[in-house]
Write a protein that binds this ligand. Structure first.
Ligand code: DQA
Length: 170
């Protein structure tokens, strides 16, 4: 019996190109999740404020949320300002489509982090696990918020999910 014409070997060399053409309007979305200083100790650190889930739990839950979708998630945590700034620059180079950032304490202090976000130009959502406006006065000021599209604060880890959904819908 004759094969359907599209399975014939002579079309094989073009199949990659065809997939590229079909996929072209729907490129894989790449979203980064960056967590700043002390968030590596999530689950152990002040659990009455930040809860008992760990960063690994968060990663697992966010990965489960995008399972089967054309989405790539990249997670990064550092206690070092410069490492976070280098990572943001690398996301811009690698054409990431969105960034979820919890700069932790750097939120309130780092002009360098704000400049990195502005310079990268990646649509970013700032997330805080706790409600920074219900806490000490020094936490109620964010230097990085003006460099982000939105801020989610006080929803616990749910804030990261909300940010992810928002960035994926854009
Ligand atoms: C935090 C709030 C910051 O003030 C604090 O320094 C953190 C965590 C939050 O997620 O609620 O480390 O960003």
């Amino acid at each position: 019996m004759a094969e359907p014409f599209w399975t014939e070997n002579r079309f094989l060399p073009f199949s990659g190109f065809l997939c590229y053409l079909v996929g072209f309007p729907f490129p894989m979305k790449k979203i980064a999740i960056i967590n700043g200083p002390n968030l590596d100790r999530l689950g152990q650190r002040e659990p009455e404020i930040y809860g008992r889930s760990t960063l690994a739990d968060l990663e697992q839950a966010l990965r489960a949320e995008v399972a089967g979708k054309e989405v790539e998630l990249e997670f990064f945590q550092s206690n070092h300002e410069g490492a976070i700034i280098d990572r943001i620059a690398s996301l811009a180079e690698r054409k990431f489509s969105g960034l979820i950032i919890n700069g932790a304490a750097l939120t309130h202090t780092s002009v360098a982090l704000r400049d990195a976000l502005l310079g990268a130009g990646i649509p970013a959502v700032e997330v805080h696990i706790s409600n920074i406006y219900r806490r000490e006065e020094f936490r109620q000021r964010s230097l990085t918020a003006p460099a982000c599209l939105a801020v989610i604060t006080g929803l616990g880890l749910e804030g990261y999910h909300a940010a992810l959904r928002f960035l994926l819908k854009r």
